[in-house]
Design a protein around this ligand. Structure first.
Ligand code: 13P
Ligand code: SF4
Length: 315
């Protein structure tokens, strides 16, 4: 049971007081609920959050996102306490590539001598088996930089992987993983909403299927959506990604209208893992410093190499 704040004390004020007491920083992904985005020190995409985690002077990092993101913060900050509000906040994409399966695959295909490019949405153990990490914000750049004489294996997102292949012209073997949220969008559902808002550009995340990406005016990471919508002359946009992104867009670009991309079943798509974090759980984890991310040192140290390589290459 989450520890509630003292009687009569405002939850948000109590979180802020605990944050000061702990010398903590609150990092939040763009898919977090509005209330968490509003209380966070930094809200961003996986790439921005990795850089923020690497640069912080805080003693405690509270990661309001999913487990692999908090692990990433721990990989670059072994001596800091890294906590996340709900330890069950996982990721279907990370789950689709267990480290043991990747290890067995690499052994079985040793003749290919794969250069492994891992999308950041994977476990620390998978990162530890990889040569370089990428995010949706820098995947094209990272693949462009990969050694020209090596066969590339891209894990775990086949949709992001195929989009990167289209952008770079570089052949890659793709792991068969996907994000359960982004594959819910269909071309038919996007066509239908477009009929209602004919002038609104469609912006899709590269984790969407190809049929949806082909309909989009722009395919980009969540952070790049901000710049695209700010700079574009249109006043309304259809945003084809997890619905938390709309809070961020509405907050930062108040003069424009953002319409959630629908799925056949729903007016918008929600990630059930991202939505496990609440203000109450954030308060509880700052009070108890639990749940804490602990990584075996050999795994952490090995995973840091491809992560630092990514940071170096995407400067
Ligand atoms: P970005 O924040 O890198 O765009 O990725 C989206 C995502 O699905 C994170 O889980
Ligand atoms: Fe994972 Fe998809 Fe949720 Fe992102 S939106 S955390 S990729 S399940």
């Amino acid at each position: 049971m989450p520890i509630p704040p003292a009687k009569g004390v405002d939850l948000v004020q109590d979180i802020l007081a605990l944050k000061r007491q702990r010398n903590a920083v609150i990092l939040a992904h763009n898919y977090q609920i509005k209330e968490i985005q509003e209380i966070a020190d930094f809200v961003g995409d996986s790439l921005g959050l990795s850089y923020q985690a690497a640069a912080t002077n805080a003693d405690v990092i509270v990661f309001c996102g999913v487990h692999f993101m908090a692990e990433t913060a721990k990989i670059v900050n072994p001596s800091k306490t890294v906590i996340l509000p709900d330890v069950e906040a996982g990721c279907s994409l990370a789950e689709s590539c267990p480290a043991e399966q990747l290890e067995a695959y690499l052994k079985a295909h040793a003749d290919k001598n794969y250069y492994v490019i891992a999308y950041i949405n994977c476990s620390a153990a998978v990162k530890a088996l990889s040569d370089v990490i990428c995010t949706s914000g820098n995947a094209v750049k990272i693949v462009d930089n990969a050694p020209a004489d090596r066969n590339l294996l891209f894990v775990p997102d086949e949709n992001l992987g195929s989009w990167v292949m289209e952008q770079t012209g570089r052949p890659m073997t793709l792991w068969k993983g996907s994000c359960y949220v982004h594959v819910e969008f269909t071309a038919a559902a996007i066509d239908k909403i477009r009929e209602q808002y004919p002038g609104a550009p469609v912006i899709a995340h590269p984790e969407c299927r190809k049929a949806v990406r082909l309909l989009a005016d722009e395919v980009c990471s969540t952070e790049k959506m901000i710049g695209f919508c700010r700079d574009h002359p249109a006043s309304s946009f259809i945003i084809v990604t997890e619905e938390g992104m709309l809070h961020r867009l509405r907050r930062e670009i108040p003069g424009k209208t953002f319409i959630a991309g629908p799925t056949p079943a729903c007016a918008c798509a929600e990630c059930r893992f991202m939505k496990l974090n609440t203000l109450e759980k954030l308060h509880h984890c700052l009070s108890t410093l639990q749940p804490e991310i602990i990584l075996p040192e050999p795994v952490r140290a090995r995973a840091e190499l491809p992560l630092r390589r990514m940071m170096e290459w995407s400067k």
